[in-house]
Design a protein. Structure first.
Lengths: 521, 973
């Protein structure tokens, strides 16, 4: 008796450690150290080469001399700042024309090259002058040129962006409805660049009240302004603190504007808006639940189905994934099997899995893994879709990061959902799915993950191996695992520094391949 | 407290004494230090001593070791079961403020200790609780680098490397990424700066004619550390900074693989320094290849070429193993990646096979040396898969990697190679024996596992044919000591392919295997033992053992003799392979009286020798298992043999218990328990002398002894209940169980004792104590509602009921306080009944509950109908639903790792194990028992129960009850 109670402890030693992740939704990490894989453009900061209202481009600028020697450009820039200095000091008749033309010269120099002479401008003392040029009551043309100069200074290196600090209150002030559209947009651009620099500057902008006026700029339908504002906002609410995202979704009209733009806008604007949705859904639970209840899911799916623009597809897919990873109850109600949208979602995800683009494949697999963490019906839906053969192939042929995401999908397909009443952490198996996936050759792919250098991938691999060991009928599990060199893969963890993996692997080895005393009578 | 100069002097004197060669002052000093270390600011005081230049170096060294250990024990928050004082925050802050500077200025040995101490602190405090560390390190690094002080640079980089290592193994959580981002933001730029600066210094030295080795060495060491930090910082994902600067990083790293540095490489251990850097580079590119192959692609060809060239020039010298292994590993990663077509070119695979694989698989002088000098390490690598870091193994892994995409080419190529090697051997066996070894190694290493557990297969050769022509000649060689490495290879092949060799053929060579047990080579007789051991585990289709006692009977005496003889060969005195074989043979063979005598004498003498100085725990375990299996199987056949065992084993067991040989203590108790259980009462008097030890609270103090003590106590309770009830022993037993139950970590063990008490003793014996038992248990219940405790208590009460009747149970509980039982029933028993798991436990609690339901007057009373109904409802739930459906997670449940696994020192002896006893053997089916009992009860007052049932039992359970009645043909009227 007594011993048996101990035995019942031991019977499923790894159940909690193995079960808990498979079957769970995974949100993407809020903090990232890698490059943002947005698109080929440098997204976070943008140089303004062509004016926001298009017509302020001088004929001369259109033949930009890109090859101009950098030292010459720098010397010209220093001279231009000097010129601006004297123009700013100049009072009286023709003063503002003088200022505007000095500003324009500086702006042209700062817009000419891929590598604008920001350093020279700063050293010559451009920022205080530009701030001065932003003073209230200045004519629009002057404001525009000054903001443009600041925009391109902010597009530079981190410390160059930081140099804008004294200009921020004024730039924010011109975002309001009282400014002319081109001025407001140029200021939004400059602010977008500052926000793109990092958390510290974002916090400064937020504390100075940049968010509400920027958000209101998203409400109209005018393309260019909305696009710039949306882009700047997406930089501003990046977090990792969710406060800004929470604030944005509460601004009246923003949700409606997002829906409207996603429904009607061209790809370019939709792309920027989708990035706003990405950060809203990644960071704010309130936003997520509001978005899920709106038409946004539907619109995202339509965009995915109809567009071929990678720039657009990436944020749209990411948004869809965030929403599905987020508010599970609502999501489940909407993407219930049988609803039209559910079939459409699977269809667009299959499209993405088939795509040439690595990012799309990876993110589509991630979204599927979260749907596969849902109810039995969701699992069956994916299981019987076209996704499965694709996933199986990807598991053995795709690059590492995709294989890892695919493993989460396939693993989730094989475990029952954990309901509150049986939350002992040990998911029960969906035997039919497990057997079929194993027969179709999935196991080696998972064992490869166990052997990989990535700890999370190893964990998924071990979890799947546990399912195989426990679940395959007729005790086939251990044989299959041994055949595919699973024991060796696990033995790597015998003394691993990651305690969780070490215990999982060691207990699996002990339990299924332990010492065979062979003496049982 | 403040430490005054006098205290510091005392401290310093203590450290002097800890170095004393005579034990007395040493122990005393250690005791004083242990005492001091309880006081606040002790760590700080020791650190001051370490920093005090006027104190002698060796004292400061001793103090620095003590400081590190003090931090290790007391920096982190206390584990649950410890009340050792922690270092206070104020003291921690002071230590953190001092340690970096102290470390950097210390002499090398002290620096090592302080660096370890710093890493210990960093583990808990870095970065969030120690924001000044990284800026301080970076500042010092810049200063040292500017001054060209590479001793300092490397000290700082080494520390940084240790602190960043956590990024290599922890899970990617937001917290970890936050820390990583912090490190990247602050350190990545500096790291690259230092790396490039050092690279320039190396390059200009090379351009200026090579430079001198002593000056170059620290530069290469510095680059190695930078590369290791690179590895840590890049492990989780590719950071933006490193992606932006990939070109700088990769360009320099490739140089170290492609260039040679004669000035350094030709100096003493200079080559090793360069190779270590090269290995670090290989690790880095391997990481990129695995995880960031897209971004890395532009550099792949350059690196592949550099690695390839490097491998063709890396000599066989063992000093370059590490480099060869990491370099081949990189090629292996490439071979299985999406860029495997690098290998598709004409002639690439044959070149790899000939230029890289075969040379690395061939035996080297170092392998021969290892074979002779350190057989355990040789076997670990050769046979047990601990060779992941050997050239032989990794070369085979490369072949397997290439074969994932180019299987036919690889198979053909290797088959031909194997034939060539064998032909070469045949031409001149004594000269070319290593070719044969190489051939055997290739076949064994490239064998693929077959579904079917232990079986392997190969498509390189025909196994039976290869066995007959290549292996058998070695097995039949009359000289067991000639060409021992070939013999070992042959035995290994036999072991690996044992399932393929037909039984008659195996039996034909069985005597040869026994012969090889007498080989002088430790590896050879170990492999022979291992081969026999594994053969005895071979199962045919259907799970039947292929070899049985009949097959080994004819050779058994010779086999046992040779096994015990093998243990006399120098170095094999504690040979675990031989001992395991002994255990296995005793588990299979027919144990006759003739075998018992020599075996128990042999084993006892080994045991006694092991007691002197327990060294090899695996060997020791098999010794005890062998004894246990011998006892079990011999007495199973002939109970009278027990006295032989008692005579032989008692002195050894006594020695272990009296001399307190900790390693063997739990084993000895388990053997004793086994002997007690095999005895027929009355138990011989000789056992009674164990009681004082068993019942002394001292014995129970050590947690690792508790399970074995419980096991022994249970054995005595069952076999000698009468003796236990004498001289106040029962009271002592109950005190022990009480103590065990009251501690969370041992409560289960306590219940095991209690269960055995109520199971083995009559009620009138227990009656005087039972009231106290209940009060103690219910007191614990009020404060500890863990699932484990609840289950144990419910099982205990159930067991009490089925052994001593419901009236005794109810009355004894109520004797503490009127109507207590009804309260316990309603608040504890009924709600928790559905949580019971385990077949025996479920049956027991269900039957006990049923009896309570149908026998207890208290429950049959009209006032108790609600309890009655709910109890019935939960009995039906318990019996009709699966465990998964009704049992919820118990968040309090300790992780299994606390109970079993790798830290526990208690190791169960499989062969001395207790057989599970069902306390209710006469009741076959709890469901049947339920419905027949209910039918009988309801017949006494028809009409009463259906009404209660419809009121209190859930509809689904009502239906289930009805179904049960139908299937057992009963009726509740």
């Amino acid at each position: 008796m007594a011993d048996d109670t101990t035995a019942s402890h031991r019977r499923d030693p790894i159940k909690s450690s193995v079960g808990s992740v498979a079957g769970q939704r995974r949100r993407q990490n809020a903090i990232t150290v890698g490059k943002e894989r947005r698109e080929s453009l440098v997204r976070a900061k943008r140089l303004c080469r062509v004016g926001t209202n298009g017509d302020s481009v001088d004929p001369l600028d259109s033949e930009m001399i890109i090859d101009e020697e950098q030292p010459i450009l720098e010397a010209q820039t220093s001279a231009a700042v000097e010129e601006l200095k004297s123009a700013a000091a100049h009072q009286g008749k023709g003063a503002w024309q003088k200022r505007v033309s000095a500003l324009r010269e500086l702006r042209r120099l700062l817009s000419r090259s891929e590598f604008p002479p920001v350093d020279a401008a700063l050293k010559a003392g451009a920022v205080p002058l530009l701030v001065q040029c932003l003073s209230f009551g200045s004519p629009d043309e002057q404001l525009l040129e000054a903001a443009w100069c600041l925009t391109n200074i902010a597009a530079g290196k981190p410390e160059e962006t930081k140099a804008l600090l004294p200009a921020l209150p004024l730039l924010i002030a011109y975002l309001g409805e009282k400014s002319s559209a081109p001025v407001a947009e140029q200021c939004a651009w400059a602010i977008g660049n500052v926000a793109g620099e990092g958390e510290e500057l974002r916090n400064v902008l937020l504390s100075q009240g940049a968010l509400p006026p920027l958000a209101r700029m998203m409400l109209p339908d005018k393309g260019s302004t909305v696009r710039t504002a949306a882009w700047a906002l997406s930089n501003l609410i990046k977090g990792p603190n969710p406060k800004a995202a929470n604030e944005l979704i509460r601004v009246e009209g923003v949700l409606d504007a997002i829906i409207r733009h996603l429904r009607k806008a061209d790809d370019e604007l939709a792309t920027e808006v989708a990035w706003v949705v990405v950060y809203l859904s990644a960071l704010s639970n309130i936003a997520t639940s509001m978005l899920v209840k709106s038409d946004v899911l539907q619109l995202l799916v339509e965009r995915l189905a109809t567009s071929n623009s990678l720039q657009l597809l990436i944020p749209v897919l990411r948004s869809l994934g965030n929403l599905i990873a987020g508010d599970s109850q609502t999501t489940h109600a909407i993407i219930a099997p049988g609803n039209e949208i559910t079939g459409n979602i699977i269809e667009v995800l299959v499209k993405c899995l088939r795509s040439e683009h690595r990012v799309l494949k990876k993110e589509a697999a991630w979204v599927l893994s979260n749907i596969a963490a849902g109810s039995i019906e969701h699992k069956q839906l994916i299981y019987s879709s076209e996704a499965v053969p694709l996933l199986i192939r990807l598991l053995s042929t795709a690059p590492f990061d995709i294989r890892k995401e695919v493993a989460y999908v396939l693993g989730n397909l094989c475990v029952s959902p954990i309901t509150p009443t049986e939350g002992d952490g040990k998911p029960s198996l969906i035997l039919e799915h497990l057997v079929s996936l194993v027969v179709r050759g999935c196991l080696p792919g998972f064992i490869d993950l166990v052997s990989s250098v990535d700890t999370e991938a190893a964990r998924v691999g071990l979890q799947f191996m546990e399912l195989v060991l426990r679940g395959m009928p007729n005790g086939e599990g251990p044989k299959l695992v041994e055949k595919e060199n699973g024991i060796e893969a696990m033995e790597r963890f015998q003394f691993h520094e990651n305690e969780d993996l070490r215990i999982m692997a060691n207990s699996l080895v002990d339990k299924y391949f332990g010492e065979d005393y062979g003496l049982d009578d | 407290m403040e430490w005054n100069p006098q205290d510091l002097h005392t401290l310093s004197q203590c450290f002097v004494n800890t170095l004393s060669p005579s034990p007395e002052p040493r122990r005393q000093a250690e005791a004083i230090l242990a005492d001091f270390s309880q006081k606040p600011n002790y760590g700080l005081a020791v650190l001051r001593l370490v920093a005090e230049p006027s104190v002698a170096e060796e004292i400061r060294q001793a103090a620095s070791v003590n400081f590190k250990n003090h931090l290790k024990a007391r920096w982190a928050p206390a584990p649950n079961n410890s009340d050792e004082p922690r270092i206070l925050d104020a003291e921690k802050d002071q230590i953190k403020a001092l340690i970096v500077t102290l470390m950097l200025n210390a002499t090398p040995k002290i620096q090592g200790q302080l660096s370890e101490a710093l890493v210990l602190i960093g583990k808990h405090d870095f970065p969030r609780l120690w924001p000044t560390l990284l800026p301080e390190l970076i500042g010092s690094l810049h200063k040292a680098s500017q001054a060209g002080n590479y001793a300092s640079v490397n000290g700082i980089l080494g520390t940084a490397n240790s602190i960043f290592k956590k990024f290599r193994y922890e899970y990617k959580t937001n917290d970890l990424l936050y820390d990583l981002k912090y490190c990247l933001d602050n350190f990545a730029g500096t790291l690259l700066e230092i790396f490039l600066k050092t690279a320039n210094l190396i390059e200009s030295a090379a351009n200026a004619g090579g430079g001198n080795a002593e000056a170059l060495k620290p530069l290469f060491e510095s680059q190695r550390l930078c590369c290791r930090i690179f590895f840590s910082l890049n492990f989780q994902e590719l950071p933006e900074f490193f992606e932006d600067h990939m070109n700088e990083w990769m360009t320099e790293q490739r140089k170290y693989l492609a260039n040679s540095y004669p000035a350094l490489e030709n100096s003493a251990d200079g080559l090793a320094v360069v190779d270590e850097l090269r290995s670090a580079v290989c690790e880095n590119i391997n990481l990129y290849m695995e995880k960031n192959e897209e971004e890395f692609q532009a550099y792949l060809n350059g690196f592949a070429l550099a690695v390839w060239n490097l491998l063709t020039t890396v000599s066989q010298a063992s000093s370059r193993d590490q480099l060869a292994v990491t370099a081949i590993k990189f090629l292996t990663t490439v071979s299985t990646s999406v860029h495997h077509n690098l290998f598709a070119g004409d002639g690439v695979i044959p070149q790899i096979c000939q230029g890289i694989v075969i040379p690395n698989v061939r035996l080297r002088d170092e392998d021969e040396e290892l074979f002779d000098m350190n057989y355990i390490e040789f076997i670990r690598r050769d046979m047990e898969g601990s060779d992941l870091d050997t050239r032989r193994r990794i070369a085979c892994e490369l072949l397997k990697g290439i074969a994932t995409n180019y299987k036919p080419q690889v198979t053909n190529l290797v088959s031909v190679q194997i034939q060539n090697l064998l032909t070469s051997f045949a031409a001149n066996p004594s000269e070319n024996w290593k070719d044969k070894d190489c051939a055997i190694y290739l076949v064994v290493s490239l064998a693929t596992k077959r579904a079917g557990g232990t079986s392997v297969t190969t498509d390189l050769v025909d196994v039976q044919n290869f066995f007959g022509t290549v292996i058998v000649p070695e097995l039949q060689s009359q000289d067991v000591n000639g060409y021992p490495m070939l013999k070992a290879g042959a035995l290994k092949f036999f072991t690996m392919f044992r399932n393929h060799i037909p039984k008659p053929m195996t039996l034909q060579f069985f005597p040869d295997l026994i012969r090889f047990l007498r080989a002088e080579s430790n590896v050879v007789h170990s492999y022979a033992a291992s081969c026999i051991e594994k053969l005895l585990l071979v199962k045919d289709e259907g799970g039947q053992a292929r070899y049985t006692s009949v097959d080994i009977s004819p050779v058994l005496p010779q086999l046992m003799t040779n096994l015990f003889e093998a243990l006399k060969v120098p170095e094999s005195e504690e040979n675990q392979y031989v001992m395991k074989c002994i255990m296995r043979v005793l588990g299979v063979a027919d144990i006759s009286r003739e075998i018992v005598g020599p075996c128990i004498t042999g084993l006892t003498s080994i045991l006694n020798k092991a007691c002197e100085n327990p060294k090899n725990p695996v060997f020791n375990h098999y010794v005890f298992e062998s004894v246990a299996v011998l006892v079990k199987r011999a007495c199973g056949k002939d109970a009278s043999l027990i006295s032989i065992f008692e005579i032989n084993l008692f002195p050894s067991i006594q020695k272990i218990l009296v001399e307190d040989v900790q390693e063997f203590y739990p084993y000895a108790l388990q053997l004793l328990a086994q002997l007690v259980e095999l005895n027929r009462p009355p138990i011989p008097q000789s056992y009674m002398q164990i009681f004082p030890m068993l019942l002394s609270p001292d014995s129970w103090r050590k947690a690792s002894n508790v399970p074995a003590l419980v096991r022994l106590l249970q054995a005595f309770l069952q076999k000698a209940p009468h003796e236990l009830n004498q001289e106040g022993r029962l009271r002592q037993v109950l005190e022990i169980s009480n103590k065990l139950v009251s501690a969370r970590s041992t409560d289960e063990q306590g219940f095991y004792v209690l269960n055995t008490v109520v199971e083995s003793l009559d009620f009138n014996v227990i009656a005087p104590y039972i009231g106290q038992i209940w009060s103690a248990l219910f007191t614990v219940l009020q404060s500890r509602q863990t699932g484990k405790f609840i289950k144990c208590l419910l099982i205990f009460m159930s067991l009490f009921l089925v052994k001593h009747g419901s009236t005794n149970l109810v009355d004894s509980v109520n004797s503490i306080q009127a109507n207590l039982f009804l309260m316990i029933l309603g608040q504890f028993w009924i709600p928790n009944l559905t949580l019971i798991t385990g077949v025996i436990e479920t049956k027991l609690t269900a039957v006990a509950s049923t009896r309570l339901l149908c026998e207890s007057q208290m429950l049959l009373d009209a006032a108790a109908v609600e309890h009655w109904g709910k109890l019935l409802n939960n009995i039906v739930t318990l019996l009709s639903r699966t465990e998964q459906d009704r049992v919820e997670e118990d968040p309090e449940m300790p992780e299994f790792s606390e109970n079993v696994g790798y830290s526990a020192t208690f190791i169960r002896l499989h062969n001395a194990g207790k057989t599970e006893d069902d306390p209710l053997k006469d009741i076959r089916d709890a469901k049947e028992f339920l419905v027949t009992s209910l039918a009988r009860l309801s017949a006494l007052s028809p009409g009463r129960y259906p009404q209660i049932i419809s009121q209190y039992v859930e509809p689904t359970n009502q239906a289930e009850l009805l179904r049960l009645c139908n299937s057992y043909n009963c009726q509740i009227v």
